[in-house]
Design a protein around this ligand. Structure first.
Ligand code: SF4
Length: 338
């Protein structure tokens, strides 16, 4: 569990904003703004945050679906962005993605067999042509789909079954890492649990590492070993599942957790919900200092001028880092848990 297989250092992704008659660049959207991240073999790293915080862009950077504006990406000890096409190909074979929407991510004109076999067109070295059909059947079986599904089309399946097909395609090349970008948020709650259970089973059987991107904190807690919380393109707190959920030190994490529904009515009264006022600032014009200061109920003068570093605020916390000037002086608060 301690071997880091994928690292991002100082990852930045800015998108130009075009305007005027000549469509010149008039600004930049700061989608991801200096993210450091390590993923260890066989673990699940949850990435949470509100919509538009940059978590999906980060997922795409980690597999080079998007080229970072700056920063480095290290896979299996090699800096993929500095090396040539061979290292990039190695990364793309070993870091695969499962997309959010099983309704649009599968080509409706292709059979399930062709969809699951798509990766073999790009990486023919993985399975010889005559072995593809058998391999597709194996993959479908692994994700709980009947072998006859390979001759049918995506529209003949439910959302949960389509996501299973997406997972089968994701693991086709025997990757080491699967980026799961909101893999269950388009599904009914009962089906979500089945897909999460499937991902856990595959992790145990295949030793996969997951970057599990989601906005549902309860699902992320269930599946993650470690969790990173993102706000406006930056990680503001990260730690193991217990540190983040039982002892959050960043006011943004505390606010997110306080909004998680508590099913037990006896615990509901104990929870003080922190209601964030104001909108998330535009990523085209992020606030100076701490990016959260425009919505933070604990903000002080320094917060609007000095950006807090993402560092361990307490030696006791080992691996629990927080980007808040006052995380160390405040007793960590633990919103009531279900
Ligand atoms: Fe709030 Fe200041 Fe901490 Fe930012 S640094 S989270 S504004 S208290």
């Amino acid at each position: 569990m301690n071997d880091v297989i994928l690292s991002g250092r100082g990852l930045v992704k800015h998108y130009p904003i075009k305007g005027g008659v000549f469509r010149t660049t008039v600004g930049q959207v700061h989608a991801v703004d200096g993210v450091d991240l390590d993923l260890r073999a066989g673990e699940t790293l949850g990435v949470v945050g509100e919509s538009g915080c940059g978590k999906s862009t980060l997922g795409r950077l980690l597999m080079c679906l998007e080229t970072p504006t700056a920063g480095s990406l290290i896979f299996d000890g090699e800096d993929v962005l500095k090396k040539g096409a061979t290292e990039l190909r190695h990364l793309r074979r070993n870091v695969q993605i499962v997309f959010q929407d099983p309704y649009t991510s599968l080509n409706p004109r292709k059979t399930v067999g062709d969809i699951v076999a798509e990766p073999f067109e790009i990486h023919p070295e993985v399975v010889p042509k005559k072995g593809i059909r058998t391999r597709v059947q194996e993959l479908l079986e692994l994700v709980g789909m009947p072998p006859e599904a390979m001759n049918r089309y995506p529209h003949q399946f439910s959302g949960g079954q389509r996501q299973r097909i997406g997972v089968a395609r994701g693991i086709a090349l025997n990757p080491k890492v699967l980026i799961c970008d909101e893999p269950v948020s388009a599904l009914d709650v009962s089906v979500q649990a089945q897909v999460v259970n499937l991902l856990e089973k595959l992790q145990r059987e295949l030793g996969l590492a997951y970057v599990f991107i989601a906005h549902d904190l309860a699902v992320v807690r269930h599946i993650s070993d470690r969790v990173a919380v993102m706000y406006l393109g930056k990680i503001v707190e990260s730690g193991d599942e217990e540190q983040i959920y039982e002892h959050p030190t960043h006011p943004y994490t505390q606010a997110l957790l306080s909004a998680v529904p508590v099913p037990d009515p006896t615990l509901r009264g104990r929870r003080e919900q922190i209601v964030l006022t104001g909108d998330v600032p535009s990523p085209a014009n992020p606030p100076a200092g701490c990016r959260f200061h425009t919505r933070c109920w604990m903000a002080q003068e320094i917060c609007s001028t000095k950006e807090p570093e993402l560092i361990s605020r307490d030696d006791q916390m080992g691996g629990h880092v927080s980007a808040c000037h006052f995380a160390a002086v405040r007793a960590p608060e633990a919103p009531a848990q279900a």
